[in-house]
Design a protein around this ligand. Structure first.
Ligand code: SAH
Length: 258
């Protein structure tokens, strides 16, 4: 059976008075017509994305709420808007990609499980450093779970793109920096959390130095087998604790500005 074409936006949702007048149903009072805006449509699609994340095992309410709040479609090129809420990474220009929602959520959940926040299921992180701003999506999500976000990007084109993308959201706690994130960003240190969206040979010493005691680094790094794995490093009063988790695929961490 042929499916009717899907309506474009905005859609006018008018009550079907004809069904009531034609059939035996008592006529229901007509309510004013509702215009479904693209943002209402994206709310529903985003809610479905969040449901999927929960089914996939993301259990932290702070992360799910943040992922449900930030409009991912505002960060991707218009040609890719209809894929914005699929669990897929998408190109953002200059050979870089926005991570898939599941990976963003997983990394944020790990970051929020930092030693300093254990036993505080509603707690917020303090200052966080993000390496690799890209299009700015993850920085926006982070701003809902941390009090201050410093996000550094080495590619001028993407740094500018993120600035434009984030303007709409007026996030006063997000600070975008053009620079080499391998050196961290000492001006914002010490950080409660450091999260990297690009993977290198090893975790730079600067990140460890700039991490607060009780803080946590979540980053991809080269694994023994030649691929990448997610690494979690906790800085505790007793020293560093390192765990290697699942395999991941991130763009390479590179030095210098371009
Ligand atoms: N969090 C981003 C993902 C961007 S992809 C988002 O939500 O869109 C990773 C980014 O890391 C790329 O833009 C890449 O240019 C950047 N990157 C790689 N090495 C870097 C470095 N040393 N310092 C800062 N950014 C770096």
């Amino acid at each position: 059976m042929a499916t009717p074409p899907r309506p474009g936006f905005p859609v006018r949702l008018t009550p079907t008075a004809s069904a009531a007048t034609r059939g035996r149903l008592p006529a229901a009072p007509l309510r004013p017509s509702v215009i479904a805006t693209p943002s209402m449509a994206s709310d529903a699609i985003r809610a479905r994305m969040v449901q999927k994340l929960a089914v996939q095992g993301i259990g932290d309410g702070r992360v799910l709420r943040a992922m449900g709040t930030v409009e991912r479609h505002r960060f991707v090129d218009s040609a890719l808007v209809n894929q914005a809420y699929e669990d897929t990474s998408l190109p953002i220009g200059l050979g870089q990609t926005i991570s898939k929602p599941n990976v963003v959520a997983r990394m944020l959940e790990l970051l929020l499980a930092a030693p300093a926040l254990v036993g505080k299921p509603d707690g917020k992180l303090g200052r966080v450093l993000e390496i690799g701003t890209g299009c700015g999506y993850q920085a926006a999500v982070l701003s809902h779970v941390a009090s201050e976000v410093y996000s550094i990007e080495r590619l001028r084109g993407l740094h500018e793109k993120a600035r434009v993308n984030l303007r709409h959201f007026r996030l006063a706690t997000v600070h975008l920096i053009l620079g080499d994130g391998m050196l961290g960003y000492p001006k914002g240190a010490p950080y409660a959390g450091i999260i990297a969206a690009a993977g290198g040979e090893a975790i730079p010493e600067a990140w460890i130095d700039q991490l607060a005691v009780g803080g946590r680094i979540v980053a991809p790094t080269h694994s023994v087998g030649g691929g990448q794995a997610l690494v979690v490093i906790d800085k505790t009063a007793r020293g560093l604790e390192r765990r290697i988790l699942e395999a991941v695929h991130f763009v390479p961490l590179k030095s210098g500005i371009a």
